[in-house]
Design a protein around this ligand. Structure first.
Ligand code: ZN
Length: 517
């Protein structure tokens, strides 16, 4: 009898342990997360555009919540770090683009063929220059790839296809495709302008939706130290469906085609802020080091109406990550575990303008630059299906990636590396600015098994809701997935804060080159 009883007890204990492993004790239920998302994505906040009143209201709400959670201000001005921007807008009524072949000029339609991109056209320009096709236009010394070899690009406008050859590793390909890196080699070769043909293989948003918002102003950091494309006079974005106009030329070779452009650019200065708050660690030495939890709070604001709605609410992008930051702060107050390193809560502005708020912070942090040991970035983690598989961006690059994977595994979640390298996600959110300062970083997202219904849910979401007014609170979300993701992030932060050794890049990681030894 006794043996049987203890055998049963043992079984019960084992079952409990197993249950804990599979559905871990959680500090979150998804409800407070959703309440925060609802506040941030409300129509009254008008899509939280950088520099707007709506974003200021969202930020005041976040600061209030972080204060309530007992965090201390860690910005330059209380919880805020002011950042100055310039805004650029095309006056299309006074601008034009045309292809010139054998003295004949054919104008291009801004809506259907190509538009002037103000991210790369910073001043009014009136010019005509020959076009040269350069493939992907990449120079990647690590892979002996040089698509510019033997080309005369002096005074030319280069035409390239967005993306990279499929045999180039993701991290490397991502890095060399950033605007600054790409332009470095083109500028050195003498080019004066770029035409980017969007790559249908990697377009998250169809041309029609990109085109309808083409006149939304772009921004850059006002401080000239951040200007990455000196000498670039004109940047044009080209519809892949119209690309044959660049190539046919009825009997003419590609080399005979010139692009004639008249770009009228309007500029304006404005200011916005990052939010920086800290939870001070308990260890007398380690508390001077920081694990950063970053999330962008801005979105794209008000845009062209789609189905009668012009407010781009940004519920998942990135109300979801901002809400997570508030939830995690509150949970650390309600359930204070030992936290040895300090945790920095960073809600950046102007991510949608080109990762600008984080770029500014990473270059001018409000804590000692060398004290930042890791960045865990959360951006649009998409809890729209149950969290069974977690994509760990940066999985193979550092022991922080490996730690994220093992924590996911311990929670019954399968960690995987980025299965869609063509979408270039590793450079498309704020972690990239920390990586460039040498800080090991990860960005994790809910994902799917290929060939499943979940894959279709994700594809439909990107096509229809990503950067559209329908990324609002009238969409189905999985609150349990959100809660589980929050729990994962909380454990990753605590584990990183409490592990004596700082995270390190793997010896063979491309990004190790940025790390001071
Ligand atoms: Zn976005």
């Amino acid at each position: 009898m006794r043996t049987t009883l203890s055998a049963i007890l043992l079984l019960v204990l084992a079952a409990t342990a197993l249950a804990q492993q599979n559905s871990p004790d959680s500090h979150f239920d998804g409800n407070s997360w959703w309440a925060h998302v609802k506040f941030l994505a409300d129509d009254s906040l008008e899509g939280r555009d950088t520099g707007s009143e709506g974003l200021r209201k969202a930020q005041a709400y976040v600061v209030g919540q972080l204060q309530k959670a007992g965090l201390e201000p860690a910005g330059a001005n209380g919880f805020y770090q002011p950042v100055r921007f310039n805004q650029y807008e095309v006056d299309e009524s006074k601008s034009s683009l045309a292809l010139v072949t054998g003295g004949q000029s054919k104008s291009l339609s801004f809506a259907d063929d190509a538009f002037i991109n103000t991210r790369s056209t910073r001043a009014s320009a009136n010019l005509s220059a020959p076009l040269v096709f350069i493939g992907y236009g990449l120079q990647i010394p690590e892979k002996n790839l040089d698509e510019l070899a033997d080309l005369d690009l002096k005074g030319k406008i280069v035409v390239y296809l967005a993306g990279s050859p499929s045999d180039i590793p993701t991290a490397l390909a991502s890095h060399y495709q950033t605007a600054g890196e790409r332009w470095k080699s083109l500028h050195a070769a003498g080019a004066i302008g770029t035409v980017t043909i969007f790559n249908p293989a990697s377009m998250d948003i169809p041309w029609s939706r990109i085109s309808v918002n083409r006149n939304h102003p772009s921004m850059d950091l006002a401080d000239p130290e951040f200007y990455e494309t000196p000498g670039l006079q004109l940047g044009v974005s080209f519809n892949p469906a119209s690309a044959e106009k660049l190539f046919d030329g009825s009997g003419h070779t590609f080399a005979d085609i010139a692009l004639k452009a008249n770009a009228v650019i309007l500029t304006k200065a404005l200011e916005s802020s990052n939010i920086v708050a800290k939870l001070t660690g308990s260890d007398p030495a380690l508390k001077n080091e920081f694990v950063v939890l970053s999330a962008h709070i801005d979105h794209v604001g008000i845009g062209a109406p789609i189905s009668g709605d012009r407010i781009y609410n940004g519920a998942m992008d990135n109300g979801s990550g901002s809400a997570l930051a508030m939830d995690i702060a509150a949970s650390l107050k309600a359930h204070p575990e030992k936290v040895q390193r300090s945790i920095l809560f960073l809600l950046v502005t102007a991510e949608e303008k080109g990762l600008l708020g984080s770029k500014y912070f990473a270059a001018h942090p409000t804590v000692a630059p060398k004290s930042i040991v890791a960045d865990v970035n959360v951006d649009m983690f998409l809890p729209i299906v149950p969290l069974k598989i977690l994509k760990v961006g940066g999985l193979e690059e550092s022991d922080l990636g490996a730690r994220a994977a093992s924590i996911a595994q311990s929670m019954g979640i399968k960690p995987i590396a980025d299965p869609e390298p063509l979408r270039n996600l590793f450079i498309r959110s704020d972690q990239y600015n920390f990586i460039k300062q040498g800080v090991p970083s990860v960005k994790c997202d809910v994902t799917f098994e290929p060939g499943t219904l979940e894959q279709k849910i994700f594809k439909d979401w990107l096509t229809n809701r990503y950067h559209a007014p329908s990324d609002d609170v009238n969409q189905p979300v999985d609150l349990q997935a959100a809660a589980l993701y929050e729990e994962f992030t909380r454990r990753l932060l605590l584990d990183t804060a409490n592990t004596p050794a700082r995270p390190r890049w793997k010896p063979d990681s491309f990004f190790r080159r940025y790390a001071p030894d």
